[in-house]
Design a protein around this ligand. Structure first.
Ligand code: SF4
Length: 282
């Protein structure tokens, strides 16, 4: 059985940066080192940071003097203001790509555009961006929700960093007749774009696709959807333990990709297990 691993599979720049900052913080900053929410959406990363001493809080009431890490998707402005009034060392790991989208949203708002964000309103990244605006943006999760957008002279469109290019431009085309002045910024992250492109190409040429990552990770779920469109025989697995031997029957080529928050060792273990299973079945 041939195993093909996508070149871009695994950690992106923003995730590497967040983990590095968190690890440095755990070594050097005043204890306890606390945070709310996941640094990145991967259980293996979070478990490892907890082992190194990270304290996960459910509520600000439990906050103690020490340090606080802001997760890679950021936090709502209200929460950051409350944190800054406490006696804390604050370490912000918000990905610069998310900050850039927030900046563009503020720019469009200042210039009188009705902001539309193509994304999931429950995702931390979208909550962070929305919180920087004076008026609530209109958030649409998929193209079928376009009827939520009312005709407006000035519409400013942005995207969650993990959305797909194809859907974003479909939305742009549908918005053109709805407004005299459409300004849009494709804020889909290049790391997501590269992973999506490669996943699509790979899914087209293999017998089976495996997408490695957490079900909490938006970019992993997007890779899964894309692969499934081109290769119905696609499975989402969190680790090698999720592989089922029966999936590999009569399979000659397996394609592998992984979300931007999936650690290298998890990907390597999947490759190892696949090799073992294919050798065993010979
Ligand atoms: S996928 Fe892009 S936006 Fe998300 S953390 Fe990585 S670099 Fe930042």
């Amino acid at each position: 059985m041939k195993i093909i691993l996508a070149k871009s599979a695994g950690f992106c720049y923003g995730v590497k940066r967040a983990i590095k900052l968190a690890e440095q913080t755990l070594k050097t900053k005043p204890k306890p080192i606390q945070m709310i929410g996941d640094l990145v959406h991967n259980e293996f990363v979070v478990t490892n940071l907890k082992k190194l001493g990270l304290v996960m809080l459910n509520n600000l009431k439990d906050l103690k003097r020490g340090s606080f890490i802001i997760q890679s998707h950021g936090l709502p402005q209200k929460l950051i203001k409350k944190l800054s009034r406490r006696n804390l060392s604050i370490i912000d790991t918000t990905c610069p790509k998310v900050k850039k989208t927030a900046y563009l949203a503020q720019y469009l708002e200042k210039n009188g555009y009705q902001i539309v964000i193509f994304g999931d309103k429950n995702h931390d990244e979208i909550k962070t961006i929305s919180s920087t605006l004076k008026n609530g943006p209109l958030i649409i999760k998929n193209i079928t929700e376009i009827n939520k957008i009312r005709k407006n002279n000035k519409i400013g469109l942005l995207s969650q960093t993990t959305k797909s290019d194809d859907e974003f431009y479909q939305l742009v085309n549908q918005l053109i007749p709805m407004t005299k002045n459409l300004k849009y910024f494709n804020t889909i992250c290049p790391a997501s774009q590269a992973r999506q492109r490669e996943a699509k190409d790979l899914a087209k040429k293999v017998d089976l696709m495996l997408v490695i990552g957490s079900t909490k990770s938006a970019n992993t779920l997007r890779l899964f959807q894309i692969c499934k469109n081109y290769k119905p025989l696609t499975y989402l697995i969190e680790s090698d333990n999720f592989i089922k031997k029966k999936w590999l029957k009569k399979i000659k080529t397996v394609g592998l990709t992984a979300g931007a928050s999936t650690p290298d060792f998890v990907i390597k273990n999947v490759v190892k297990k696949l090799k073992l299973l294919s050798t065993y079945s010979l």
